[in-house]
Unconditional design. Structure first.
Length: 86
């Protein structure tokens, strides 16, 4: 059976690592799960439209904007995750 490429561990950018308690390597699903846990823990979902995330300083360092849509979040994450051999 071939390994699932989604489960491959990737290196995190410095801002993303800092946001996620200095994690260095995570798979994409683990990263998304931890970001959502952070968003919920800090109450950062827009109350009128929960698809939007209001960025605090930590999220702003990763996403480079004040508010990010949940579907755009995954696209922006590509800029913060690197294959270990890059």
């Amino acid at each position: 059976m071939r390994p699932n490429p989604q489960q491959k561990e990737l290196l995190l950018s410095a801002p993303l690592s800092q946001l996620l308690n200095n994690e260095v390597k995570l798979s994409r699903p683990q990263t998304v799960k931890k970001i959502w846990a952070y968003v919920r823990e800090h109450g950062l979902q827009d109350q009128k439209d929960k698809r939007w995330i209001i960025c605090d300083d930590g999220l702003r360092a990763v996403f480079k904007q004040d508010k990010v849509h949940m579907f755009t979040m995954n696209k922006i994450l590509n800029q913060n995750l690197y294959a270990p051999d890059e």
